[in-house]
Design a protein around this ligand. Structure first.
Ligand SMILES: [Zn+2]
Length: 53
């Protein structure tokens, strides 16, 4: 029995937005406007912008 469900660990229910790049859950709630990126894609974006120019 190894369910990979998201089990609430107490507290309120926070729905996180999906990453616009890979679909992974981000650290941002769905109420956040604009494109949300997961930590991984955010890091990649940072590298891209850091290298441009
Ligand atoms: Zn992502």
């Amino acid at each position: 029995m190894d369910a990979m469900g998201d089990e609430p660990t107490g507290g309120g229910t926070v729905v996180y937005a999906d990453c616009v790049h890979c679909g992974e859950p981000t650290e941002y709630p769905e109420s956040v406007k604009g494109s949300t990126l997961c930590p991984v894609c955010e890091w990649h974006e940072a590298q891209r912008t850091a290298c441009s120019g």
